[in-house]
Design a binder for this molecule. Structure first.
Ligand SMILES: Nc1ncnc2c1ncn2[C@@H]1O[C@H](COP(=O)(O)OP(=O)(O)OP(=O)(O)O)[C@@H](O)[C@H]1O
Length: 345
């Protein structure tokens, strides 16, 4: 488990991090997002013990990074944005060199062999690192991060500059590593974070501005929650029938979109998921539903909203904590909705 508490870092008059706090539970993959200059690298460099903090604390599996940086370094495999590769070494020489540099105690041949299989670099084992493609170089970077079997991996922009096939391969590798590692993944590619991470932390101007489950973050930050359904059947009857469902707030037609097919906007009461009842109703009536989407923001829209200059202005004026949407807030809202639902049963 990684615990970051009230982390502050000042470079002279510039505050790069301002009382940032979050925890990362064991075995989760967390996406770390923020615009350029937000403080991502600073946070990662402090967690990995390569940079000191002005104040605050970081513990990795109960060990303090600030007091025992060398012990913590052994718990973390770090892939910086520019992996420290030696281009004139072969992959074999490089991994053996890093094995020694890190003082790994595991059986050398077996351990390096396992890592090469996992990262699929056995076929380039005897080639010069400098002659490898960008994708293979990135795999070698991940392989060096895995030396010593650290429980925590910190990956900075791991797929930057790769082609689509390599991106999918590296993402799958990260997902499979997530089964038995705690991973912090810094990325500018929001669909990547959505595809790989269970949780997202967003920082802006050195402050934490959001922390929550990847799927529910967008839902919870969306101002409105409507379903837009494309349904084939008689327009007015469809609208009337849906209005008759439980927990409905507002239903109206957005007009005919294909011949005999209408787009219907459906808003439910807060906290209610109408999809199942809607599906059952339309099946009973024999009106096929040809498409269903919701009006939740995408992760990209959420990110832009949280990190726009207006948003950062609000966060600066705010004491900080209230501007943060945390998992705890979301659980509270969810519980509220569940309680309401139970009391109405
Ligand atoms: N050594 C340094 N001396 C002075 N200021 C620094 C130093 N390193 C970083 N900063 C400042 O601290 C702030 C946070 O920088 P940091 O590199 O952590 O951001 P980042 O989120 O990683 O950005 P990017 O996505 O561009 O890598 C920035 O304002 C940056 O200019």
């Amino acid at each position: 488990m990684i615990e970051v508490k009230n982390l502050t870092k000042r470079y002279g008059a510039n505050t790069a991090l301002n009382k940032v706090s979050f925890t990362v539970e064991e075995g989760t993959i967390v996406g770390f997002l923020g615009p350029n200059g937000a403080g991502k690298s600073t946070t990662m460099n402090i967690i990995t013990g390569y940079l000191s903090a002005t104040s605050g604390s970081v513990t990795v599996q109960g060990k303090s990074t600030l007091e025992n940086p060398n012990e913590v370094k052994k718990l973390i495999g770090y892939l910086p944005e520019m992996p420290p590769l030696y281009l004139d070494m072969t992959v074999k020489e490089y991994l053996n060199f890093m094995y020694e540099l890190k003082g790994v105690k595991l059986d050398r041949k077996q351990h390096i062999g396992e890592i090469c299989r996992l990262t699929k670099i056995d076929n380039v084992y005897n080639r010069l690192v400098g002659n490898l493609s960008k994708g293979y170089k990135q795999r070698v970077g991940i392989a060096q991060a895995l030396l010593g079997n650290p429980p925590v991996l910190i990956l900075d922009e791991p797929t930057v500059g790769l082609d689509p096939k390599q991106i999918i391969e590296i993402r799958n590798l990260i997902k499979s590593l997530g089964k038995n590692h705690t991973i912090i993944l810094s990325s500018h590619i929001l669909p990547e974070v959505q595809a790989v991470c269970e949780r997202v932390i967003v920082i802006n101007n050195g402050r934490l501005v959001a922390d929550g489950a990847t799927d529910s973050l967008a839902h919870d930050l969306s101002a409105e929650h409507r379903l837009i359904a494309r349904i084939e059947g008689p327009e007015n009857d469809i609208v009337q029938a849906i209005r008759g469902l439980e927990h409905i707030e507002e239903v109206y037609s957005l007009g005919e979109k294909e011949k005999g097919v209408y787009e219907i906007s459906i808003e439910g009461k807060a906290g209610y998921d109408l999809r199942r009842n809607l599906f059952a109703l339309l099946t009973r009536k024999g009106w096929p539903m040809l498409a269903l989407k919701n009006t939740d923001l995408t992760l990209e829209e959420v990110f832009l909203q949280l990190t726009s200059s207006d948003a950062s202005h609000i966060q600066q004026e705010d004491a900080g904590d209230d501007a943060v949407v945390t998992e705890a807030d979301m659980e509270f809202e969810q519980t509220e909705a569940e309680n309401k639902e139970d009391s109405e049963k």
